[in-house]
Write a protein that binds this ligand. Sequence first.
Ligand code: ZN
Length: 66
Amino acid sequence: MECTRCHGTMAQEVFDDLRDDTGTIYFSGWRCLICGEIIDPVIAAHRTDRPKPLVGKNRTISTGRR
Ligand SMILES: [Zn+2]
């Protein structure tokens, strides 16, 4: 694994006590030994694949003509 910022050596670490919307408490990520850049799978997933926007409004638009 190579750091995306400084191309340094990254070490895999397990982060805990970090909770996001998915309820994930433990996850493994990568931390750069040189600059301290942290890449976790959640961030990587959000960068590559954005979640679809929630369309919660199911209101029917009434186009009532008079
Ligand atoms: Zn780095």
